[in-house]
Ligand binder design. Structure first.
Ligand code: G3H
Length: 193
């Protein structure tokens, strides 16, 4: 079957601070992942294209892949879920400032739309155009974000919609997806940073 590789960006400063959205850079550990990913890819895999989002943390994660400037395509469709008026807040601050909104999201994480931002369902529709583009037969690595990867995996594995916001996507791991006539499998390759 054909194969697709996906990874989250390396750990960001906001991952460390438990903050939502924004455009943070990688932490030291995140930079170590970028190096390790580069080494692993350069040694074991041959990608024609590397897709990233438009955000710094995915670009920084791609930096050590050989010939990256020639292979990289930035896709706005792959940007993280837009957290609107709560962008840059910590989950703690979000909860303190807007307990009702926070509760609403807890109760209805799939359909909850951040004010001036997006819901998981919005992200799932926003990635639709690139989903078909992913299936073009090129050797492709996609570097993006947890919420977006949840939508991509759900689409490839036919996960019930209600489970999408809770799919576990580990940091610092490469996901290898093998398309097998309708039954896609996901293998996790931890790079242990
Ligand atoms: O920063 C956003 C995360 O990738 C998704 O977080 O579980 O709150 O949707 P969430």
């Amino acid at each position: 079957g054909r194969v697709l590789y996906i990874t989250r960006h390396g750990e960001s400063m906001y991952n460390l601070e438990n903050r939502i959205g924004g455009n943070p850079s990688l932490s030291n550990r995140g930079q170590q992942y970028a190096q390790k990913l580069g080494q692993y890819v350069n040694k074991n895999l041959k990608f024609d294209k590397v897709w990233t989002s438009e955000l710094s943390r995915t670009l920084e994660t791609s930096a050590h892949i050989k010939d990256i400037e020639k292979k990289r395509i930035m896709k706005p469709e792959l940007n993280e879920i837009m957290s609107g008026i709560f962008d840059d807040l910590s989950y703690e601050e979000f909860k303190d400032q807007s307990p009702i909104e926070y509760k609403e999201r807890e109760l209805n994480k799939l359909t909850y739309r951040y004010p001036e931002g997006e819901s998981y369902l919005d992200v799932c529709s926003r990635i639709e155009p690139v989903m078909s583009e992913m299936d073009t037969g090129e050797n492709l690595l996609v570097i993006c974000h947890q919420a977006v990867i949840r939508c991509i995996l759900a689409r490839l594995q036919r996960t019930p919609a209600i489970e999408i916001p809770y799919i576990k996507v580990p940091l610092h791991s490469l996901l290898k997806i093998t398309y097998l006539n309708g039954q896609n499998t996901v293998e996790v390759i931890p790079l242990n940073v």
